[in-house]
Write a protein that binds this ligand. Structure first.
Ligand SMILES: [Zn+2]
Length: 327
């Protein structure tokens, strides 16, 4: 009799657990219907929408990914919210029954790390600079995203990673040997993960493809150096932070060309004394007008970059010819 009661109670608990699990998954699925695309052996990507943050896309605008190894699953970036992270885990569980072993976060932008809440039982690692930035500006980034994205953000907080990695670290999971590469320029600290076993380079937002680069925390000169360094890496597939995966360095070249154009355009405008308001509505050349999220990303870059370039131009010593003409 006691055994029967115990068995019944167990069944009720299991049943209740299944209902709770199911409703959590269904709730996440209301916001995120995630389907991974396999891009190489053991390696999958969840493509983000090539769009601005919106209520419609629930903030899922960045690429995230995972590698299935004999030592567990490695996750690269956790997306914009707790529910996105949960949907990732549900989708990963449909591919493999291996547990999640490790999460790496590429950088401190909200579309890439705010899903950390869904991975509280897993070590989450990134560069030291990224942890500092998330601790400093993470709560503001999260509350901003609540405004832009709405209810899909429910339960999301800016959870900082708890493990530090450094440029040059090598880690091995099963047969996969990963190089962790510290870059900078898109933000103050940008991590790339290069799987030496498959040749897949998770480049984070150092590389954008067919979508305009975002520049709120950019140091363009350092970013250009990072792009040049990334071109020298031995990869076979490149996963940009935003845009399609390629089998060449096209996202690196396109990002470098766009940043170069952006700065040259701003410097030329500043040299002839054009104001920020004037530059804001410039027509983009067709090559760049075609990129996703233009012209709004260009206009944001005007506010991020133009004031400093204008200031430099104003304080630069006047050309010899100009001084002579005045005398
Ligand atoms: Zn991003």
């Amino acid at each position: 009799m006691i055994a029967l009661a115990k068995r019944l109670r167990w069944r009720v608990l299991v049943g209740l657990g299944m209902v709770l699990c199911h409703s959590a998954a269904a709730f996440a699925a209301d916001y995120y219907d995630l389907h991974p695309q396999q891009i190489a052996a053991d390696t999958y990507v969840f493509y983000g929408a090539q769009e601005n943050f919106s209520f419609d896309n629930h903030g899922a605008i960045a690429n995230t990914g995972f590698i299935v190894t004999d030592a567990g699953v490695i996750v690269i970036d956790t997306g914009p919210s707790r529910l996105y992270g949960r949907a990732m885990r549900a989708a990963i569980a449909r591919v493999t029954d291996r547990p999640i072993a490790q999460v790496y976060i590429t950088h401190a932008h909200p579309d890439h790390f705010l899903g950390n809440n869904a991975f509280e039982d897993v070590p989450i690692a990134t560069l030291a600079g990224t942890i500092d930035q998330i601790k400093r500006i993470g709560p503001d980034l999260a509350s901003n995203l609540y405004n832009l994205v709405g209810p899909a953000m429910r339960g999301t907080t800016a959870r900082a990673p708890d493990q530090v990695v450094a440029d040059g670290d090598t880690v091995v999971f099963g047969r996969h040997r990963l190089s962790l590469i510290g870059m900078r320029g898109h933000t103050g600290a940008d991590l790339m993960v290069l799987d030496r076993t498959t040749g897949v380079l998770f480049a984070g937002d150092i590389a954008f493809y067919q979508r305009a680069a975002t520049t709120p925390n950019a140091d363009i000169a350092r970013w250009e150096q990072s792009l040049a360094a990334a071109e020298q890496l031995d990869f076979r597939y490149l996963v940009p932070g935003h845009g399609p995966v390629t089998e060449d360095g096209a996202p690196l070249l396109q990002t470098a060309a766009y940043l170069n154009w952006l700065v040259s355009h701003f410097e030329a405008a500043a040299a002839v004394g054009r104001s920020e308001a004037e530059v804001l509505y410039d027509r983009l050349p067709p090559r760049w007008a075609r990129l996703a999220v233009e012209p709004s990303e260009y206009q944001r870059s005007v506010s991020h970059l133009y004031p400093a370039i204008e200031q430099r131009s104003l304080s630069a010593p006047r050309a010899e010819g100009g001084a002579a003409a005045g005398s």
